[in-house]
Design a protein around this ligand. Structure first.
Ligand code: 5GP
Length: 191
């Protein structure tokens, strides 16, 4: 998606050699016009699928998921990090290793919001090693629902998550795929 790639080049900051900081439009301040266009892009890319619901993870996935959900006219469910007391005991959960924070945490979703047979589109901001996506997919399957696909804003193609998920047969659609980072310069996959 050209507008997203342009924005990453304009405002993205490279931290070390593998983290991309996009606080100016996605992870802290939100560019709602860009996110609306991202929502439309996801609708186009998954137009062949009947989607009943979108699942994401707090916090940064929510804005993107909401924009996509408006296009599909379906609800958004977001997984909560570490089980808060107000979610109740009836939850599906999964353990996720955070690549950026270098620690493990639990994500959970109330059993009320994932039902057998639902087609669920999983959406997140970044795809790196696939831990967050795999945790969300695990939760969908615990609920007996189907993973309709994975919609990602920014995939880091030099990390293994996207390749492994595609090899497992999941339809992964990323709006921008970073092929590599060289001397602080972001290089996109062109295909
Ligand atoms: P994964 O679980 O695929 O290894 O990493 C994806 C998760 O880690 C995303 O939910 C995102 O929050 C965070 N993440 C991974 N890499 C980056 C990055 O380069 N920049 C930002 N802002 N977040 C990242």
């Amino acid at each position: 998606m050209k507008a997203l790639k342009d924005k990453i080049l304009e405002e993205g900051e490279v931290i070390g050699n593998d983290i991309v900081k996009v606080d100016g439009f996605l992870n802290h301040q939100i560019d709602v016009v860009l996110l609306q266009a991202m929502g439309k892009a996801f609708k186009e890319r998954f137009s062949d699928k009947k989607i009943h619901k979108i699942l994401t993870i707090e916090a940064s996935g929510i804005g993107i998921a909401v924009m996509a959900a408006l296009e599909f006219q379906v609800p958004v469910v977001f997984a909560k990090k570490d089980q808060p007391s107000n979610v109740g005991n009836e939850v599906y959960d999964a353990s996720v290793f955070s690549f950026t924070k270098n620690k493990k945490y639990t994500i959970c979703v109330s059993k009320k919001y994932i039902k057998p047979g639902e087609n669920i589109l999983v959406i997140d901001d970044f795809l790196a090693n696939g831990a967050a996506a795999n945790g969300l997919i695990d939760i969908v399957r615990q609920g007996g629902a189907n993973v309709a696909g994975l919609g990602i804003a920014i995939e880091k193609g030099f990390q293994s998550g996207g390749k492994e998920l595609r090899e497992k047969g999941i339809k992964v659609e990323s709006l921008a795929i970073i092929e590599g980072i060289s001397s602080n310069e972001i290089i996109f996959r062109t295909l």
